[in-house]
Design a protein around this ligand. Structure first.
Ligand SMILES: Cc1cc2nc3c(=O)[nH]c(=O)nc-3n(C[C@H](O)[C@H](O)[C@H](O)COP(=O)(O)OP(=O)(O)OC[C@H]3O[C@@H](n4cnc5c(N)ncnc54)[C@H](O)[C@@H]3O)c2cc1C
Length: 461
């Protein structure tokens, strides 16, 4: 059946039929909780689904997928609701809302955790750290485990232990034909490959199983310098980050410091033995007088929340990102020139390190594209007043365009929006050399493109 984004209207009689089998809440326009249920992290997104199915288990997901397939309902899938372009909510159609599915079971002996798709990293880390364990998760604790893992998943443990998706050992997936499939190295291995970087294209994941590692305490924090030293800081950071041990993950960020004003920060997290980390991080402390230096021995959960105040939920956000290998003069000049006229004190430039174990192995190790790019560069606008949308969006776009000529090719899949906004070529480029194999697997697992409200891979037999 042909599907067009945002086109479907729902037959109330069919919604009533669904209500007979669905255990979780079904929320429609006019219901008391409707506005809260359709809200996303990014206040720029204002989509009005015809139905929000807050699923209570895999059976509910199977039921909604079945109705969507039979009735031609437009379908979106929501995990933590953090995706900036708002792919997890659609206009007019149905949202499979996983936000009520938040249980997690840690097996300390096997060093593994089985987690439901509505969980956020804050909760995940709380449960795994009770046993001194962790896996690579997002650098903002409010982010959902689902979208982040399925698109790749970079974080403070990435250099040491790889991407979040590299630590996925199995997943339960409701496929487009309504089956509950287990994907792992031994069961549906092609689907398992596609899930680790292919985004939400292959079905609704109802359970993620992760490999855990002994983690903490860690050595982590932020060293900030005045904006006037930005050129020196970036040159230092380029050299420092080009030869880091795997145990160290870093990010460099332009921000407006609450007391010191415009600043350039270098955030670092060392997850190896603390005494070794102190030696490795010494150059960061020695690099001139900072406006702030918070690097200290702290519990892992402290570094997982240290950046939260920079990006609270409910603001208006727009971001444009691209992979880069080096912090070239073109990148440094463009970033300094743009940040000097940044349009909001909440806006940032983030250069997130993607080396170490995140960069190892062949390009097709998993579906995650651009494994070998060393950094993710993101121009990030954040503001409050909807009347100012245009100028803040233009600022982020302008910076990303200025850096694009020295990019490594491609963008992070999780930063991309719908095909109608990005165009097919950008989405294809996000998956890099893995796109053609993904398109064939899409034809096998979702030939009618039921799961299209995402960074969409077109089914190609
Ligand atoms: C403040 C902020 C910080 C971030 N930091 C990082 C970071 O450190 N590292 C990093 O890698 N990324 C980071 N991201 C990007 C992040 O990976 C994406 O926003 C990701 O989509 C968030 O996942 P979610 O479940 O919250 O998203 P949602 O908006 O709920 O979902 C996004 C998409 O994921 C798919 N999806 C969600 N749940 C399921 C499911 N159960 N089954 C199948 N498909 C599903 C759907 O296609 C959906 O459209 C950050 C984003 C923000 C806004």
């Amino acid at each position: 059946m042909a599907r067009t984004v945002g086109s479907s209207t729902l037959d109330p009689a069919q919604v009533k039929r669904l209500a007979e089998v669905h255990r979780g809440e079904l929320i429609t326009p006019g219901d008391a909780g409707y506005d809260e249920a359709r809200n996303l992290y990014n206040a720029m997104i204002d989509r009005r689904p015809g139905l929000i199915a807050r699923c209570a288990g895999a059976a509910d997901v199977i039921a909604v997928v079945g109705f969507a397939r039979e009735q031609g309902w437009d379908l979106a899938v929501r995990g933590g609701g953090h995706n900036l372009p708002g792919t997890s909510v659609c206009d007019g159609g149905v949202v499979i809302d996983c936000s009520a599915l938040r249980s997690i079971r840690v097996d300390p002996e096997a060093r593994s955790a089985r987690a439901e798709p509505g969980l956020r990293w804050l909760d995940f880390d709380a449960e795994t750290q009770a046993f001194g364990l962790a896996t690579t998760g997002g650098t903002f604790s409010d982010t959902g485990i689902s979208g982040l893992t399925l698109g790749g998943g970079m974080g403070w443990l990435g250099g040491h232990y790889g991407l979040a998706s590299d630590n996925l050992v199995a997943a339960d997936v409701v496929s487009a034909d309504g089956r509950l499939l287990r994907a792992s190295a031994d069961e549906h291995p092609d689907l398992f490959w596609a899930l680790r970087g292919g985004g939400g294209n292959f079905g609704v994941v109802t359970s993620f199983e992760y490999r855990l590692h002994p983690v903490g305490p860690v050595l982590g924090g932020l060293v900030a310098h005045p904006f006037e030293r930005a050129r020196e800081v970036l040159r230092f950071y380029q050299e420092f980050s080009s030869a880091m041990p795997d145990e160290l993950s870093t990010a460099c960020s332009f921000l407006t410091h609450p007391e010191a004003g415009p600043a350039v920060g270098m955030a670092a997290v060392w997850s190896g033995p603390v005494d070794q980390g102190e030696k490795v991080l010494k150059p960061l402390h020695d690099f001139g007088p900072p406006v702030e230096d918070t690097i200290a021995v702290v519990p892992y959960r402290a570094v997982q929340t240290m950046l939260d105040p920079l990006c609270p939920p409910g603001l208006r956000y727009y971001a444009k990102g691209l992979y880069v290998d080096d912090l070239t003069d073109v990148l440094i000049d463009a970033t300094i020139e743009h940040f000097a006229r940044v349009t909001s004190p909440r806006s940032l430039v983030i250069i997130q390190y993607k080396g170490g174990q995140m960069g190892r192995g062949p390009a097709d190790r998993t579906a995650f594209g651009h494994r070998d790019a060393r950094h993710l560069f993101v121009a990030w606008s954040a503001w409050e007043d909807p009347r100012e949308d245009d100028r803040h969006v233009a600022w982020a776009r302008g910076l990303a365009e200025a850096v694009e000529p020295v990019g490594a090719g491609g963008e992070y899949v999780n930063d991309l929006g719908l095909e109608t906004e990005e165009g097919h070529a950008r989405i294809r480029a996000g998956f890099g050399a893995n796109y053609d194999r993904l398109a064939k697997l899409k034809a096998k697992y979702d030939p009618d493109n039921l799961f299209h409200h995402n960074q969409n891979i077109r089914p190609e037999p």
